[in-house]
Design a protein around this ligand. Sequence first.
Ligand code: ZN
Length: 248
Amino acid sequence: MGTDFGSASEPGGSGRRATRSLGPAAGDVRLVLLGPPGVGKGTQGRMLADEKGIPVLSTGDILRAAVREGTPLGRRTQRFMRAGELVPDGLIDEMMSARLRQEDVRGGFILDGYPRTRGQAEALSGVLAGLDEPLTAALLLEVSDDEVVRRLSGRRSCPACGRVYHVEHQPPRNDQQCDADGHALIHRDDDRPETVHNRLEVYRRDTAPVAGYYRERGLLVTVDAGAPPDEVRERTWAALAREPAFRR
Ligand SMILES: [Zn+2]
């Protein structure tokens, strides 16, 4: 493989290589990313999205943007966040639905962090059916629990833009600074080993049923993500290339 596709994937930044073999040539990509924390959903999502020229829709980003812009949905969300309460599923559904109707999503999208429950998966199916743009696949990235702990303990995040790095596998260009904006990277409490086990439990309880939902519908594509990001990306395109919805 060529150079590291990298963490700093601002559009146009690293230059798209036209000769990529397995590629994104075939049809529309409307993808849900699933997998345990630390499996590399963010990294893979960004790489796949850059190659296809489509947006990554992350629940966290969309919530933050709605709050920042003070939209009606954003103001409702903010009340829960201020009170330290979880934002209710229904509100997240509404916000994702509004986002999915925007123009830049018509060429495809990658969803990261949504749906998180079976109920949300059902809501998403309804929205996409209404748009006549069904999912291409739900991509489940899998690694062992031990690997999750190992990966997360090396993870560093940018507090400003949310970009995620890894001390070994995906270090920033400058020591401990975000490539995009230069902010000092942090080790989030969420990524400390003592909290990771808890996150894995929550994942199994809430998100594993989402994988089941897509398996029942013949949409689940599983990729072994125990490899460097470039290799996982190749495996992902290879797996998607076998999907009828992608070949169309
Ligand atoms: Zn940043």
